[in-house]
Write a new protein. Structure first.
Lengths: 229, 229
């Protein structure tokens, strides 16, 4: 089975891959062996053909007439997402978000190993959060030189974030997950994900509003029908 | 100008709306008056036609030959996202994530007003976080009965989340933003957004891996070319 990354996976398709992965991991833990695309579709609120289309884009994982093997499919999607191998991670900024992420149990479950936390507050340096040592931010480059690291999670105030990119890139970091309130840019060899928590909240109010509008239209239609002789 | 919600806005399009909104808010603050779809496209790493297509789905906001008025466009997209009016919000669970969200400056900027925090820890009850009072979780229903609230943000441990849905729905909550490590379901009148922080991290490793594969292919191609006589 070859898992090719398609030339141009749609954004929406790629966003579904982690959800497939979680769903399959849960099903595997529950003891499921085989699964039809129909079953998977029902569990994920998608259509049967959407799922087959998504998987075909990666070379297809199905066996004619037998559906999917849950463990194999989980592993294949894990390969695509590249989470079947561990990633070493550091967190920069031990404020509330940094602490929350340091203690987030979902990360170690997906192979993300938190190796160090960095902060500029002398009261925090030397202490441990979630069993992980807090280093002085001034030692970041020295740390990266001797401890190759895949991903840096930036949880500093917005105005401190961009200045971190140069030492992180120079230190061999390949991905930055940025929770600071200001977007950052990085050299081409570093992948950046700027997280916008408000976007998710705006999507929620959009859907709340959409539901309200639909309800209003519905009642308008039914009162219109009722008013007819 | 009518801002209709299209019958079936694509998921990807809807995900772009908050990004448009943020971009336009920034441009408005910088004093921009008019903007071409080309300028907006360049700033957002999208294509010109993608932007026109997105906006046309909502009835179009452009004036022939003059591009977009930044303030009007921001307002129109704000109407679609329903963030031009304030939303009252409560947070349930004052652990690290709950505290981090309580202090997140992006929320008040978008009209999300944190009115109360709930927790079961007697040491926290009565205290204030970010100027907002922490109430005992046992008083949740009483609070909602006298303080109509739009959105509840659940930041409890995973196994406590689902049990909150019934009192929240009965109390008139219309949207739940769930950060607990377990997905919840809610009655049809309540919109739920289950947040999966690991999904975002998996998308990052996917893109890191994709870049790696592309680089490998590139070096393979060039060495192949070089080996030719």
């Amino acid at each position: 089975m070859t898992n090719k990354v398609p030339d141009r996976a749609s954004d929406a398709m790629m966003r579904r891959m982690p959800a497939y992965y979680r769903q399959l991991r849960d099903l595997e833990a529950l003891g499921f062996i085989d699964l039809s695309s129909k079953d998977l579709a029902r569990r994920m609120n998608l259509t049967d053909s959407q799922i087959r289309h998504d998987f075909n884009a990666f070379g297809g994982f199905g066996r004619r007439g037998r559906g999917y093997n849950v463990a194999l499919l989980r592993r294949s999607i894990g390969d695509i997402l590249d989470i079947n191998r561990p990633h070493d991670v550091i967190i920069i900024g031990a404020g509330n978000i940094g602490r929350a992420l340091a203690q987030y149990k979902g990360f170690p479950d997906s192979g993300f190993r938190l190796k160090a936390i960095f902060d500029s507050d002398p009261e925090l340096v030397g202490k441990k959060i979630s069993g992980v040592k807090v280093f002085n931010i001034s030692s970041l480059s020295k740390y990266l030189a001797k401890s190759p690291t895949d991903i840096a999670i930036i949880c500093t105030p917005g105005d401190k974030a961009q200045a971190l990119v140069e030492p992180l890139a120079a230190g061999g970091i390949k991905g930055i997950w940025n929770f600071a309130a200001m977007d950052i840019t990085a050299p081409p060899q570093v992948v950046v994900s700027n997280v916008h928590l408000t976007d998710s909240l705006m999507m929620l109010t959009f859907r709340m509003h959409e539901k309200e509008v639909l309800e209003e239209n519905k009642s308008w239609v039914s009162s219109d029908v009722e008013s007819k002789p």
